[in-house]
Design a protein around this ligand. Structure first.
Ligand code: GAR
Length: 318
């Protein structure tokens, strides 16, 4: 796929762990962009733990009983960090998560749920779907947010209900679909940060959210400008075969450019053609992009080029 190191993933389980097994076996493909480095459980008896041990994966098990939710989550969080985990996959992890833990892993924690979300959040999904007479059920993988089984859906697979299906027969068939869906969604999530298309989409969303912002091609790059006015950001991808994916924004001048580059040479650079006129490059290809920081730079750059009549609108932007 590419020469990036594989993303380090922890799987949190509470029981059988068949989705964890699906994630693990998929990770054995040479081109899989992630590796499973830790299996953690809130139930030391979880069957999936024995399986993980047999496969030689590090495990962590501690019962949550008698502990406050946030206190238990802090222990899990410390364990994840000890293993330098980058992404967390919940796989039948039957614990409500504390808001603090969710916030720590926002955008990097995903879950699989046995329904076509947003339908049937919570438990007993198959029984409820059968009761409702649904002809199509399925499973979903979504990013985890503070709300239970909520958060942006990354993908779903539909499964047809058969005559005579019981909750158990349906669950067994949906589980096959789950095992197909989860590894693919996890791979897509970890790979997207190295996808120029995805990075451009993220930059575009933030740039075009600024007042009067528009997009055009300039110097062969997607350029964000104030309608009828100046450019405040360029998205550069392998321009002149430099292999770099970055956002170019306006710095105040040579002095600030030099200071930024000295402070963080992995993040900032002086772009070849636009550098002399005060533009600074912010790398987007280092993984783990700080999107708030990108949004702040875009807003600042917008302010630098915005005509006076628009400056009053700056109170509406970051
Ligand atoms: C799976 O069906 C999963 O979708 C479900 O628990 C099962 C775990 O099985 N998760 C939820 O209901 C979460 N709300 P597994 O341990 O064999 O992966």
């Amino acid at each position: 796929m590419n020469d990036r190191p594989k993303a380090r993933v922890a799987v949190l389980i509470s029981g059988r762990g068949s989705n964890m097994a699906a994630l693990l076996y998929a990770s054995r493909a040479p081109d899989c962009p992630y590796e499973i480095v830790l299996i953690a459980s809130n139930d030391p008896e979880a069957a999936g733990l024995a399986f993980a041990r047999a496969e030689g994966i590090a495990t962590f098990a501690q019962s949550h009983k008698g502990m406050k939710r946030a206190e238990f989550d802090a222990i899990v969080d410390a364990e994840l960090r000890r293993h330098a985990v980058e992404y967390v996959a919940l796989a039948g992890y039957m614990r409500l998560l504390s808001p603090g833990f969710v916030a720590q892993w926002e955008g990097r924690m995903l879950n699989i749920h046995p329904s076509l979300l947003p339908a049937y959040k919570g438990l007993d999904t198959h029984a409820r779907a059968l009761e409702a007479g649904d002809a199509i059920v399925g499973c979903s993988v979504h990013l985890v947010t503070a709300e239970l089984d909520d958060g942006p859906v990354l993908g779903r697979i539909e499964v047809a209900v058969m005559p005579g299906d019981s909750p158990d027969t349906l669950a067994a068939r949906v589980l096959i679909a789950e095992h197909q869906l989860y590894p693919r969604m996890l791979a897509e999530l970890v790979a997207r940060e190295s996808s120029p298309d995805w990075l451009l989409g993220e930059v575009r969303r933030r740039a075009l959210g600024l007042p009067e912002a528009a997009e055009k091609l300039s110097h062969g790059m997607p350029a964000f400008h104030i309608a009828g006015g100046k450019v405040f950001g360029y998205f550069t991808y392998d321009h002149h075969h430099d292999g770099v994916t970055a956002l170019l924004v306006k710095a105040s001048g040579a002095e600030e450019q030099a200071m930024l580059i000295e402070r963080d040479p992995d993040l900032y650079y002086r772009p070849a053609y636009l550098g002399p006129s005060g533009w600074i490059g912010i790398r987007l290809d280092g993984g783990d992009v700080d999107w708030e920081h990108v949004a702040e730079w875009l807003a600042r750059s917008w302010r630098t080029v915005a005509p006076k009549k628009l400056q009053g609108l700056t109170e509406f932007i970051a």
